[in-house]
Every structure is written in C-alpha cells, then in structure tokens.
Design a protein around this ligand. Sequence first.
Ligand SMILES: Nc1nc2c(ncn2[C@@H]2O[C@H](COP(=O)(O)OP(=O)(O)OP(=O)(O)O)[C@@H](O)[C@H]2O)c(=O)[nH]1
Ligand SMILES: [Mg+2]
Ligand SMILES: [Zn+2]
Length: 285
Amino acid sequence: MIKGGFYFVLNTEGEVIRCRARGRFKEKGLDLLVGDLVAIDYQEAVINKVYPRKNSLLRPQVANVDQVVILMPASRPAPDLVFLDRLLVMAEKASLEAVICLHKTDLLASRERDTIREICMVFQDCGYRVLLTSALTGQGVEELKHSLQGKISVFAGPSGAGKSTLINKFKPELNLQTAPVSFKTQRGRHTTRHVELFRLTKETLVADTPGFQRLNLEGITLQELSSYFPEMSLPVPCRFNSCLHRAEPGCAVKEALQKGKIASWRYKHYLDFLEEIEQLEKKKY
Ligand SMILES: Nc1nc2c(ncn2[C@@H]2O[C@H](COP(=O)(O)OP(=O)(O)OP(=O)(O)O)[C@@H](O)[C@H]2O)c(=O)[nH]1
Ligand SMILES: [Mg+2]
Ligand SMILES: [Zn+2]
C-alpha cells in the first residue's frame, strides 16, 4: 500500500515494513506502484531498488499481477456491459487473464435471470471464465477462491460492486471497510481509497482497489483494437489486412456477425470504441 508518502512493503515473511523511497526514484520519474517488487534496507527503512515490471495497469494502478477479477453487479444496477468490455480490452492489452464475476446474484429478479445467462454465454464463447457470485448466498465464492489460488489477482469494478466484501469473505480478519450503495442513485460510495495487496495464502495475493466508472482507451490504436476482442480472431481472415471490420468488402468479422457467431452488442461496443479512439487521435493532432 502507498499512503502519505510511505510505502508499505510486504516481505517474504509476511510482515509489513513501512518504508520511504530513495529520492532518485522520483528524479527518474519512476513512480512506485502497488505490486512492484522491491529491495529494502531494513536499517534505514528505505526502498533501494525496484525490479523490472512484468506488467502494469493504469486503472486500477497496480503492477505485476497475473489476472484481473472483474466484479460487476448482475443486478441493482444492471451490469454495465460497455464498462465491462472496456475493462476486458485493457486486460487483453496488458496480456492479463480475466475472470468475470457477475456478482450479487441474490438480487436477481427471475425475469433478469435469462438475460444474465445469455451474457454469461457470450463471454464464455469468447473464452473468458465467467462466474455467477454472491457474497450473501455464497454462490460461486469457492469457485472464485479456487481461481485465485497461487496467483496475484487484482479486483476491478465500479464502486459498490462488492470487491471489499468478497475479499473479506476470503479472509474475514482483514475486516475491510464496506458500505451500501446509495438507494437513490444505485451507485457506490467510493469506500476503498487505496490499492492494497493482501496475502490470502503464501502464494495467493489479491489487490483490493477503489471502484471507478470511467476508463478511456488511451494508448490503443485503431488497428489493434479488434485483437482485443477474442471472438474477432477468425480462422479465415478478412480480404484486406487493414480491415477495421466496419463496412469493408470481404470482411470475415461482419460475416460472422451476420451468422450470429459474434454477439451484436459486443460488435456495437467495438464500433463505439473505434470511434472513440478516432476522436482521441484527432485531438492529438
Ligand atoms: N445483496 C448483495 N449485496 C452485496 C453483495 N456483495 C456485496 N454487497 C453489498 O454491496 C455494498 C458495496 O460493497 P463493497 O464491498 O463496499 O463494494 P466495493 O466494490 O468494495 O466498493 P468501493 O470500495 O466503493 O469501490 C455493501 O453494502 C455490501 O454489503 C452480494 O453478493 N449481494
Ligand atoms: Mg471497497
Ligand atoms: Zn474485417
């Protein structure tokens, strides 16, 4: 955890050491992130060295994780699929595994269940691991725990999704602060303020993070976007190498869409993201 200019370093013995960082990290413009592997001088309680990162994410800000657990309420409010697809694109860009949890299933009305099942199937067909979870009934909690084992996972999702609640389930003594979503707006209250890594077992770490709602697609090019939609990698390629799968002739993606092999809402998000990236690029010049 990073707080008030201090870096709280978890050592191999499972102790947390409060450190400062040597000035030269700042001089080099190197910001330390939660998840960074560091060497510390115990006498002076300073961080001496930061090891090269395997990966890093901007939102949530974290380094060296193996997978992202995307926690999205299944109900109240209904899942925000645009935001979910954005998170997936960012996970793909960082080459991270993603586990999608459609959470709070205890709140689902019976008329909502079919929709949630369909959403699950679409993501599963794309190759993602999807779990239906509830901290209240315990549905999917053991399964999720199992998929965390031996990995470093970061929880991501909107405020009020239930990230801290679930992590408390895995390790009650953490006693992380949680708060109900606002009745009126159905939004969370931004209860968690810092990214923090917790050790569940010797090899299993999870990062709780502050919820967020917005994520722009900074750093993604028009050409690479479709490679972050796994269902758009087709055995037979499009006629043109540079195909953006909009209205180009001989487009294999559009063909798959017409045959119902690609979900129309995922394709729509792809088009919306393309447009957004185009706007971002225009602003730069
Ligand atoms: N009904 C129901 N409520 C849940 C479930 N999981 C969490 N909650 C409730 O959802 C509210 C928000 O949970 P938090 O754990 O604080 O959410 P968070 O994702 O950590 O939110 P931030 O820290 O603001 O990002 C709390 O009132 C929890 O009790 C669930 O499975 N079912
Ligand atoms: Mg929280
Ligand atoms: Zn195409």
